[in-house]
Design a protein around this ligand. Structure first.
Ligand code: NDP
Length: 255
């Protein structure tokens, strides 16, 4: 029996990158996992297939976030599919992971890019969580994926950093609001992780890879599984006494 046997989890943005690793890890720990995706249906189905091949249980849920109707679409899909894959409704673990990183210094950031980052990284998790709260069982977990960019000033992702700062404030305040139900709310703040998000400037660029690795006290670039391990702890019963926190998972970047 896994530590999450009998639990139901929803991971947004689980078709790729960090979300995929989180989905696979929570499934390995025994949870039934809803693998949410935006545009990559085939990738999400591949994640579900990998989880099932590993002996776990999962299904896909589609919703493009940051557009009108996003939250109802997601929950309609979740509510329908969870009853097809288990004998009861509800949710135990919500991981707000889906996000985008518009790149640009303050001078280059357009209102359109700014608004999109706010819509996907800030607005969508807020209203998605508003509906999740009705479905979450007492003792449940909410885990928001933030960023080390709220602690380390990275001028070329200034708008992104702002949205993640809002996620941290949301985490703190929501933890207080839901504590009476035994629901913990935490954020995990990764550093540079080797995912598609960083592919354009990192992958295959030896100089960038070396300097990214040197940012971490541990001397390497982070892997999606490194973040998933922290999420798995917070999701487990062992994480029950941690709430309202932003857990740095940057491998000790710029200590
Ligand atoms: P990726 O770009 O690799 O994957 C993003 C995931 O989010 C995909 O599954 C994608 O789904 C989904 N997604 C993105 N936009 C939308 C949207 N509008 N609607 C629905 N789904 C969407 O990102 P990472 O795995 O690197 O990042 C995951 C999280 O971790 C993000 O919140 C990010 O800010 C954070 N983070 C990442 C770091 C890094 O270095 N990689 C560092 C710090 C934080 P699909 O492909 O199906 O559209």
């Amino acid at each position: 029996m896994g530590t999450l046997t009998g639990k139901k989890a929803l991971v947004t943005g689980a078709s790729r990158g960090i979300g995929r690793s989180i989905a696979e890890r929570l499934a390995r720990d025994g949870a039934l996992v809803a693998v949410h995706y935006g545009r990559n249906a085939a990738a999400a189905q591949e994640v579900v297939a990998a989880i099932r091949a590993d002996g776990g249980a999962a299904f896909t849920v589609h919703a493009e976030l940051g557009v009108p109707g996003d939250v109802p679409t997601l929950w309609e899909g979740y509510d329908r599919e969870v009853l097809r894959h288990s004998d009861s409704p509800g949710l135990d673990i919500l991981v707000n992971n889906a996000g985008i990183t518009p790149r640009g210094e303050i001078e280059q950031t357009t209102p359109e890019a700014f608004d999109e980052a706010v819509a996907v990284n800030m607005r969508a998790p807020f209203f998605l969580t508003q509906q999740a709260v009705k479905r979450l069982h007492d003792g449940g977990r909410i885990i928001n994926i933030s960023s080390g960019a709220t602690r380390i000033a990275l001028t070329d992702i200034i708008a992104y950093a702002m949205t993640k700062g809002a996620v941290d404030a949301f985490t703190l305040t929501l933890a207080k609001a839901l504590g009476g139900r035994g629901i913990t709310v935490n954020a995990v703040a990764p550093g540079i992780i080797d995912t598609d998000m960083n592919a354009s400037w990192l992958r295959g660029n030896e100089a960038a890879e070396t300097s990214a690795a040197q940012l971490s006290a541990l001397g390497r670039i982070g892997r999606a599984e490194d973040v998933a391990a922290v999420v798995a702890f917070l999701a487990s019963d062992d994480g029950r006494w941690v709430t309202g926190q932003v857990i740095d998972a940057t491998g000790g970047s710029q200590l």
